[in-house]
Design a protein. Structure first.
Length: 70
């Protein structure tokens, strides 16, 4: 099945990572998340909320991932 030990180790790590993702719980359902995103988009289009650029999104993601590690 596996040609060498490295392939087996990689497979075990992949299974562990998949297991960790499954154990995480979502703060809301996927449909609730989509509805919230649509509300935010509508608010931005109407000018009630400042528009954000894609670079700001990436900066936020980096900041959130750093906060999560701490």
């Amino acid at each position: 099945m596996f040609e060498n030990r490295d392939e087996l180790i990689f497979e075990e790590k992949e299974v562990q990572i998949m297991g960790m993702t499954i154990e995480q719980t979502r703060p809301c359902t996927i449909s609730e998340s989509i509805i919230q995103s649509c509300k935010e988009m509508k608010s931005m289009r109407e000018g009630r909320t400042p528009k954000r650029s894609l670079s700001e999104l990436f900066e936020n993601i980096e900041r959130w991932s750093k906060e999560e590690k701490e």
